[in-house]
Structure formats: structure tokens, C-alpha cells
Write a protein that binds this ligand. Structure first.
Ligand code: HEM
Length: 130
């Protein structure tokens, strides 16, 4: 498996798992929702691993401002995943917290899409060694 095909395979799997996380969350299927969250986060981690290995051979800063934008969004989004997870755990014990969990979870979905779009933009804009 090449780095690029690994990235594409795990990106598609991650998007499918995110779909499953959202559907099971909105349908209140907790017993499926929580394992899917675990698989989603693991699959996202593998996708990031492939993306970083692909980026290792190029100087991403040659892409200009978009490199700083992407790296900042990606860093805060990745480490910030503790928030939807924590709010989800609290929701298990305090159902009144559901609205807060929903707002945080959906915000993180938007941040993740932004990280993906800016990452692809950066990868395409960066200069490649001859
Ligand atoms: C990537 C992380 C996550 C995302 C994107 C996510 C997304 C969602 C969404 C969209 C809902 C539906 C909200 C609504 O009905 O208005 C939901 C519900 C819920 N989530 Fe999550 N969630 C995540 C992580 C977690 C985790 C880690 C847990 C627990 C360990 C959790 C526990 C719950 C519970 C208990 C509900 C309520 C289900 C019910 O109504 O019975 N979530 N989640």
C-alpha cells in the first residue's frame, strides 16, 4: 500500500465512521454510538499518520499562509477532541448535558472538515522536490 492509497482508504473509512457516529448520536443508539466514536478516532489517527508521512518529503511552508492556517486548525482540532469526548461521557450520566454535547460535537465536525480542506489545499500548493 502506498502512502497516498493508505491515506485515501483511511480517509474514506473515517468519513463513513463519522456518518455512523452522527446517525447513532441523533437516533440515541448509545450502544453503537460509543464504539463507533472509538473506531472513528482510531481511523482518523491512522489517516493523520499517512498524511504526515506524505508531508514529510515536502517543505509545507512553501505553500505560504495556508500552511500556518492548516497547522493551527489541525493542532487545536486534534487535541481539542478531548472536548466532544468529555461532553459525551458527561451526557451518559447527566442527560441534561445533551444540548452542550451536540453543540460541541457539531463544532468539532466543522473544524475537522476545515482541517481536511486546508490540509489538501496546503498539500497541493506546496513545492515538491525535483
Ligand atoms: C467525535 C465525537 C462525538 C461526536 C461527533 C458525537 C456526536 C453526537 C451527536 C450528534 C449526538 C446527538 C445529539 C442530539 O440528539 O441532539 C450525540 C449524542 C450522544 N452522545 Fe455523542 N458524539 C461524540 C462522542 C461521544 C462520546 C465519546 C460519548 C460517550 C462516551 C458520547 C455519548 C453520547 C450520548 C450518551 C448521547 C445521547 C444519546 C441519547 O440521546 O440517548 N458521544 N453525540
Amino acid at each position: 500500500m502506498t502512502l497516498f492509497s493508505g491515506f485515501v482508504v483511511f480517509l474514506v473509512l473515517t468519513v463513513a465512521l463519522l456518518g455512523g457516529v452522527l446517525v447513532t448520536g441523533f437516533r440515541a443508539r448509545r450502544k453503537l454510538h460509543i464504539p463507533l466514536v472509538v473506531l472513528y478516532l482510531a481511523s482518523m489517527g491512522i489517516t493523520i499518520y499517512f498524511a504526515e508521512r506524505m508531508g514529510a518529503g515536502i517543505d509545507v511552508y512553501t505553500a505560504g499562509k495556508i500552511a500556518h492556517v492548516h497547522l493551527t486548525i489541525a493542532k487545536y482540532t486534534t487535541f481539542g477532541y478531548a472536548l466532544p469526548v468529555l461532553s459525551g461521557v458527561v451526557t451518559c450520566f447527566r442527560p441534561g448535558f445533551l444540548k452542550v454535547h451536540r453543540a460541541i460535537a457539531l463544532l468539532w465536525v466543522v473544524l475537522t472538515v476545515l482541517a481536511l480542506v486546508t490540509g489538501i489545499w496546503m498539500g497541493l500548493a506546496a513545492e515538491r522536490p525535483e
